[in-house]
Design a protein around this ligand. Structure first.
Ligand code: SF4
Length: 367
């Protein structure tokens, strides 16, 4: 029996017929040298599935509760030990004071906060952070803690993921960001994040959150030791959970930044812009059930993010204000953009800027 060979033409036929792409299609997209054709296919898929010219962003604030971490992922330039210079762990009061000051300046609607897995705090610390932030800023959506951090809390407190999430939700947690996914393949995780929990735990946290009515995001950290096959496997695993729960709001491909990591000493460099664009496009094409794909401007810079809007992305994330994780690893982008600047950039790319809240309700549209 002849084996069907996946080409951009066969993928186009599937997109138009709204058929699901498979593993071979994913490989064909990543292996293609025709970058513009891949981008055009992704934009077509986005439109065929109901997308229009709107591009979203949120007025948000990034916070980091601690940079102390026990895990030692090899790609991480952010984490330190408690004794290292520059180590910090903020109290709930300090975080509230900082966030309240920023709120007066910008009126952000979302706090995005992640941090290291510190062994020097207990679960109460996390619950108190959420409670204090929620009480001080009740109108602000709290998108806090990666699945890895939730798993860390479950270990600290000897509680199930569900109980941890229920306690945090009761304190005011609204949703989870998508970090900690890295690349799910066991081989990759052993090489770059041997101290991290098994991917099954990541999936269990997200499945449980979705079951509690808590939406989440999902990511892939690409551009290190993973193969194309492992990238496609990662997307298909996410797609499977989304079929089951429908709880992912968006997917964010994150390019690996090598500075200040062990990989810098091996002479590794940043991903090429062409790979970043191909990842946006292939993500949009394969993840047919995840509503939004983000071109995270902090990672790729605003000019490439503008191009990515024609490669299947429909979100540029947000104002951010402070970014520490990618900048510790060498990102040279700004750390803050004003809402009007994001709107200008989106409009200049030929799209309609829309300020959204965390759950994609429209707050303002620039026609
Ligand atoms: S990526 Fe996260 S878990 Fe890994 S070392 Fe850095 S802060 Fe810790």
């Amino acid at each position: 029996m002849a084996v069907a060979i996946s080409t951009l033409d066969t993928i186009r036929d599937k997109v138009v017929a709204r058929e699901r792409l498979d593993f071979e299609d994913g490989l064909a997209l990543l292996e293609s040298d025709d970058l513009l054709a891949v981008g055009e296919l992704a934009d077509l898929a986005r439109r065929v599935r109901g997308g229009d010219d709107r591009v979203y962003f949120v007025q948000n604030l990034n916070l980091y509760q601690t940079n102390v971490c026990r895990v030692k992922c090899k790609f991480c330039a952010f984490a330190v030990t408690q004794k290292e210079q520059g180590a910090y762990t903020y109290t709930a009061e300090e975080l509230v004071e900082d966030a309240s000051r920023q709120r007066e300046l910008t009126g952000f609607t979302e706090i995005h906060m992640v941090g290291g897995e510190s062994p020097h705090v207990d679960f109460t610390y996390y619950v108190e952070i959420v409670r204090h932030l929620h009480e001080a800023l009740p109108d602000v959506h709290l998108k806090l803690f990666t699945a890895s951090e939730i798993h860390h809390m479950s270990k600290l407190a000897s509680l199930s993921h569900e109980q941890v999430l229920r306690d945090l939700q009761a304190a005011g947690l609204g949703s989870l960001p998508g970090g900690g996914a890295e690349v799910f393949a066991d081989r990759v995780r052993r090489l770059v994040a041997p101290g991290k929990e098994h991917p099954d735990e990541w999936f269990d946290v997200h499945r449980t959150a979705h079951g509690l009515g808590m939406p989440t995001q999902c990511t892939m950290l690409y551009g290190h030791v993973e193969t194309y096959e492992e990238r496609v496997d990662h997307w298909l695993r996410l797609r499977e959970l989304q079929d089951e729960t429908g709880g992912f709001l968006s997917f964010i491909p994150l390019a690996f930044h090598p500075e200040n990591t062990v990989f810098e000493r091996r002479g590794w460099t940043h991903t090429a812009g062409s790979d970043d664009l191909k990842m946006i496009a292939a993500s949009r094409l394969l993840l047919d059930n995840v509503p939004h794909v983000k071109a995270y401007w902090i990672m790729m810079g605003l000019p490439l993010a503008q191009v990515a809007l024609h490669f299947g992305a429909d979100d540029v994330q947000g104002t951010v204000v402070r970014e520490e994780i990618f900048h510790a690893a060498g990102a040279s982008t700004e750390t803050e953009q004003k809402i009007d600047e994001l709107a200008r950039v989106v409009r200049a790319a030929g799209r309609i800027p829309v300020q959204r809240d965390t759950l994609y309700n429209e707050l303002r549209r620039w026609e």
